[in-house]
Write a protein that binds this ligand. Structure first.
Ligand SMILES: C[C@H](O)[C@H](O)CC(=O)C(=O)O
Ligand SMILES: [Mg+2]
Length: 398
């Protein structure tokens, strides 16, 4: 039995949409932001939903903030994507498996959260909620034990992290010291040959701006079909595209298997940010769907589940490079040999300067300098919740 104080309260907050946008639901940005500027998606087949992903609701959920308070008053917290529906699941369903419990029982708590919601969860919003609770629990454990999360995961295997940047300006990313630039794909099958030509022209311009050795990647955000993705991969290979990311629907394991087989030699196929749990990633790995898996630790099940996912990948010699999730992925990546680099999402509207990914929600959120970051060894995930943001607890319990 551990000597730690028991869990007293679990609280779920949302951040009132005050127009500032951003935070854990990082797609919730204003007009003119690169992240919402004519990016290819599965909805682009409908012209009315082609210009802006907000038009079809990419930012409809908003941020979920989970707080877990121990008997001695110490509070752990985390942020992820989920908003009010996730807050409902946390307060009405998941909290019962934590309140009164020993906070060190992360495995038993995760098992009860997952299998009690399996009849309506398994992936997506419910696993986002489970992830938020799990991340807050690891933050609380770190504060109670006065250890950074990476120390509780086996310790750092490298002194610092190196990053590639995601954003519309890989040329700026190179100037800022990143090892590569992942661009959003602006045109998908609905825009036919003209769209494909535009994409290749964009890539050629960035290749000319960045030189031959700088990593360039496309993030296709589930927008393509197998034939289009295969053609794009072969055309882009001529310009040294390093990887093609999330080209197909997350459910199309068979399509990814074929894309990986048909892709040009040397082109990496990557996916996983909208996959969840060890079982979903086992499918991607055993069907040999990709060269790199990219779980988001705030969406795949949290740290407790990412340990299992990462081990599956490691056993198969597959890299695990988490989808950008700020400190929540940094503390994991620094402890794993099959995570040699990390993603940094450029949240400045022009993708031309480094700003904290979850700004303004996390006080002390570290950012890469010259594309590198030494993970701070402060307890938990090493950040504090900015209580000046418009926090609201929609399903408060007595
Ligand atoms: C750029 C992509 O469309 C998306 O907004 C971010 C993403 O998938 C990633 O960072 O990976
Ligand atoms: Mg992506």
């Amino acid at each position: 039995m551990s000597r730690l104080p028991r869990i007293k309260h679990v609280r779920a907050f949302v951040v009132k949409n005050d127009g500032t946008g951003g935070g854990a639901d990082y797609h919730d940005q204003g007009d003119g932001h690169w992240i919402d500027d004519h990016i290819a998606t599965p909805m682009a087949k409908y012209p009315e939903y082609r210009q802006s992903r907000r038009s079809f609701g990419i930012n409809v959920l908003g941020t979920l903030v989970v707080e877990i308070e121990a008997e001695n008053g110490v509070v752990g917290f985390a942020v992820t994507t989920g908003g009010e529906p996730a807050a409902y699941i946390v307060e009405k369903h998941l909290a019962r498996f934590l309140e009164g419990r020993d906070p060190s029982e992360v495995e038993k708590i995760w098992d009860q959260m997952y299998f009690s919601t399996q009849y309506y969860g398994r992936k997506g919003l419910v696993v986002n909620a489970i992830s938020g609770v799990d991340l807050a629990l690891w933050d609380l454990l770190g504060r109670l034990r006065q250890e950074p999360v990476f120390a509780m995961l086996g310790g750092a295997v490298r002194d610092e992290l190196i990053f590639y940047a995601t954003g519309a300006r890989p040329d700026k990313a190179k100037e800022l010291g990143f090892i590569g630039g992942k661009m959003p794909l602006h045109h998908g099958p609905a825009e036919g040959e003209e769209g494909l030509h535009k994409t290749i022209a964009e890539l050629e311009a960035m290749r000319n701006a960045c030189g031959d050795d700088f990593w360039l990647m496309f993030d296709c955000w589930m927008a393509l079909d197998l034939n289009y993705a295969t053609r794009l991969a072969h055309e882009a290979h001529k310009l040294g595209l390093k990887w093609i990311e999330e080209a197909l629907s997350p459910d199309d394991y068979w399509g990814y298997q074929a894309l990986k087989k048909n892709a040009p030699k040397g082109m990496l196929v990557t996916t996983g940010e909208h996959e969840a749990t060890r079982w979903g990633f086992r499918m991607l790995l055993e069907m040999e769907c990709c060269d790199i898996i990219q779980p988001d630790v705030g969406w795949c099940g949290g740290v407790t589940e990412l340990q299992k996912i990462s081990a599956l990948a490691d056993a198969k010699g597959v890299l695990m490079i988490p989808h950008g999730s700020s400190v929540y992925s940094y503390h994991f990546v620094v402890t794993r040999h099959n995570s040699p680099f990390a993603e940094f999402l450029m949240m400045a509207p022009g993708a031309d300067e480094v700003v904290p990914m979850f700004h303004p929600q996390l006080i002390g959120e570290p950012v890469p300098v010259n594309g590198r970051l030494k993970v701070p060894d402060t307890p938990g995930f090493g950040v504090e919740l900015n209580r000046d943001i418009a926090l609201h607890r929609p399903y408060a319990r007595p």
